[in-house]
Design a protein around this ligand. Structure first.
Ligand code: UTP
Length: 297
């Protein structure tokens, strides 16, 4: 039996430029799908997977994110006084155990790999998870829980993988597949944002990882790569070069790229339609919109 993964790093220090001007003062991870911020979906997925320590790599201007996990005694008191027990339990779901959250600063946005590396002192010598909160994954079982269960069999490092159309491959890290075993693939190499037509497969890496502490050691001495950023993909690729096992995991679930405007809007509609209290009204509105649009064409 392998040790359980109990620590997760949440890199949230990026500039979020695709959502300017909103991200001038609102961290991207606080933006809401219906009524829950992106970070809450990520935390819930981590908890389901057995994570006990939550390490946020933050930066300037992210204080709203830190405040979000604080208890709100005045608000609680008011809700209790008014007998709003349902809202009280909504609030309680956001509370974290004292000492379960750590915040580390990334002083400059030097890349995802650099952000992960900033947390190295809190990881010490154990495998850990990385969750990018702007990849929101809907499904019956959380993506990280699926990966943690698979990791019990495989060990090594593991990345969440998803089939993408060839024309989209150059937006992702792409796996060079050694052996396809169904949900799991073993990996020969990884290429960050390959030039059009050069992707080694259609399996793209998305924002969930289980990594060995060796990846952190590699990151500490790593030069910048694609786009002048210190890339996490390069450090994982170095593991493969050292003949260590790296796997891709084809998760079951629908992934939304909430770091992009189109993905965020799609997720908003999907999560709205999944809510019983909103479904009918939203569906009727969407149908009307589509009909009006068609009539105007
Ligand atoms: P993105 O590539 O989406 O970058 O980062 P971004 O800055 O968040 O957004 P855009 O592209 O400017 O709109 C992927 C993840 O890596 C984190 C981000 O916070 C996000 O969760 N990240 C990226 C860091 O923590 N530090 C970095 O230096 C870069």
């Amino acid at each position: 039996m392998r040790a359980r993964i109990t620590k997760a790093i949440f890199p949230v220090a990026g500039l979020g430029t695709r959502f300017l001007p909103a991200t001038k003062s609102v961290p991207k991870e606080i933006m809401t799908l219906v009524d829950r911020p992106l970070i809450q979906y990520a935390i819930d997925e981590a908890r389901e997977a057995g994570i006990k320590e939550f390490i946020f790599v933050t930066s300037r201007g992210k204080s709203a994110l830190e405040d979000y996990f604080d208890h709100a005694p005045h608000l609680e008191e008011e809700l209790r006084r008014k007998g709003k027990n349902e809202l009280l339990s909504v609030l309680e779901e956001t509370y974290m155990e004292s000492g379960a959250i750590a915040y580390i600063r990334q002083h400059r946005a030097l890349g995802l790999g650099h952000a992960v590396c900033c947390a190295h002192r809190l990881i010490a010598n154990e495998p850990f998870a990385v969750i990018l909160p702007d990849d929101v994954i809907a499904g019956e079982t959380g993506c990280l829980k699926q990966m943690v269960d698979a990791y019990q069999e495989t060990g090594g490092s593991m990345v969440a993988a998803m089939e993408v159309p060839p024309e989209k491959a150059s937006s992702y890290g792409v796996l060079d597949v050694k052996e396809d075993m169904g949900s799991l693939v073993s990996v020969n190499g990884m290429v960050e944002k390959p030039e059009a037509g050069t992707a080694p497969s259609n399996l793209a890496v998305i924002g969930r990882y289980i990594l060995t502490p060796d990846v952190l050691r590699t990151l500490r001495n790593q030069e910048s790569g694609k786009g002048g950023e210190i890339q996490l993909t390069d450090a994982i690729a170095a593991e493969i070069e050292r003949k260590r096992n790296v796997y891709g995991y084809r998760f079951v679930g629908q992934r939304y790229d909430c770091g992009s405007k189109a993905g965020f809007l799609q997720a908003t509609v999907a999560f709205g339609l999944a809510r019983e209290d909103l479904r009918d009204e939203l569906a009727a509105y969407l149908e009307e919109m589509v009909a009006t649009r068609k009539a105007a064409q």
